[in-house]
Write a protein that binds this ligand. Structure first.
Ligand code: GDR
Length: 367
């Protein structure tokens, strides 16, 4: 007999475990197992973000039906999904509107829900604290309520919550693991703590299969330009090409544990394939300062006198900063078989290379 869903491990994060999948489909939960497995389906909120895109690709490669939730009618980023991932069916819903979430779940009937939607830019959360609490925090509660209502008794819907290392904030211990107490330092962090505890509470109160992945910073060429890594790699490319002459940043001293988003979405999936729902830290275990990251990015473009291009500005500093994050992902290694594949140096080089190609193509078009 094929192994059960609970044994699913990402033995090699690089190879898509298609062979594993039929034996780990949601239809496994109640024997007897049918001869032909129905196609599993997943709903992703935050589909237009970096993680939403990587996760959609990954799930599609494993023959999932993938639904992506989109807010509003004129969402410009929806076009990217329509063009690059035509296999994703976009559905209209809003984390601020419970009835829309119920309608989305009734229509999509997902086996798995990945809640990646959020106001996710920490700096913005200080300026739009109420909106952040509503979307990033209460949005989790609304989705869990919708799952509880639509899934009914013996709820078949599995839920993944995108928790964040920002919850550790002013860290209580180093490295941070699943037991480390939270001390958030921003409206974003406090909203994520609410979402995290709500996920645990719905699991314990209603027996939902609900997991939180406490993901440390994860980046890629698809990262939004407002986040520091992409801001830097894009500026470095433009400086190299003579299109920009300085890079204006905030505090260069904070340290982050930066991994590759393409690796991290595989851990999200693996969390929902276990016998029991539980929470996991996903991280690389290495930390670097913003300054080191900047230096590395310039060096990747062959620029040694990088300090000459940097200017610091109060505008990019935060009312309260998170000084040091570094995660201990031993539990994910042991239970999920997950390990990061792309290291920090490869990640930054990949991002610089991508921005060089993008910016030269853009400059070529404008010439
Ligand atoms: P972070 O990511 O806040 O860690 O949250 P971000 O890249 O925005 O900042 C990282 C660190 O760099 C410092 N910094 C700057 N940051 C930005 N954005 N722009 C600057 O000019 C700049 N100069 C210095 C910041 O102060 C900070 O210390 C990310 C988000 O993706 C969250 O949604 C996610 O939950 C966490 O990572 C894990």
């Amino acid at each position: 007999m094929a192994p059960g869903r609970g044994t699913a491990q990402l033995f090699s994060a690089g190879s898509v475990p298609t062979a594993l999948f039929p034996s780990t489909s949601p239809s496994d939960r109640d024997p007897p197992r049918p001869e032909v497995y129905p196609v599993p389906s997943a709903l992703i909120t935050g589909i237009t973000g970096q993680d939403g895109q990587y996760l959609a690709e990954f799930l599609h490669s494993m023959d999932y039906d993938v639904y992506g939730m989109i807010k509003g009618q004129q969402n410009p980023r929806a076009e990217i999904i329509k063009t690059e991932m035509p296999y994703v069916e976009l559905v209209s819903g809003d984390l601020q509107d419970l009835s829309s979430l119920i309608a989305v779940l009734e229509y999509t009937q997902p086996d798995e829900v990945y809640n990646l939607g959020a106001i996710s830019f920490v700096a913005l959360s200080f300026k739009q604290a109420e909106l952040t609490a509503n979307v990033t925090g209460l949005g989790v509660l609304r989705m869990l309520e919708a799952i509880k209502l639509v899934g009914g008794a013996d709820n078949p819907i599995r839920f993944y919550q995108a928790s964040s290392s920002e919850m550790f904030g002013k860290v209580r211990e180093t490295p941070q693991n699943e037991e480390t107490p939270f001390y958030p330092r921003s409206p974003y962090g406090t909203a994520k703590v609410f979402g995290h505890h709500t996920t645990v509470n719905y699991r314990e109160s209603y027996g939902l299969y609900a997991c939180s992945g406490i993901l440390f910073n994860h980046e890629s060429p698809r990262r939004g330009i407002e986040f520091v890594t992409r801001k830097v790699t894009n500026a470095v490319a433009r400086i190299k090409l003579g299109l920009q002459h300085e890079l204006v940043l905030g505090d260069l001293s904070p340290k982050r544990d930066w991994g590759y988003a393409g690796d991290y979405v595989k851990a999200m999936w693996a969390m929902l394939q276990q016998d029991e729902p539980q929470d996991f830290v996903i991280a690389t275990g290495r930390t670097h300062s913003v300054e080191t990251m900047v230096e590395l990015a310039f060096k990747a473009a062959g620029i040694d006198d990088w300090r000459d291009y940097i200017r610091q500005d109060e505008r990019f500093m935060r009312p309260a900063e998170v000084d040091l994050l570094v995660g201990d992902c031993s539990k994910a290694k042991e239970i999920l078989g997950w390990e990061p594949e792309v290291d920090f140096e490869q990640l930054i080089a990949m991002m610089v290379e991508n921005d060089m190609a993008l910016e030269s193509a853009k400059a070529g078009r404008q010439a």
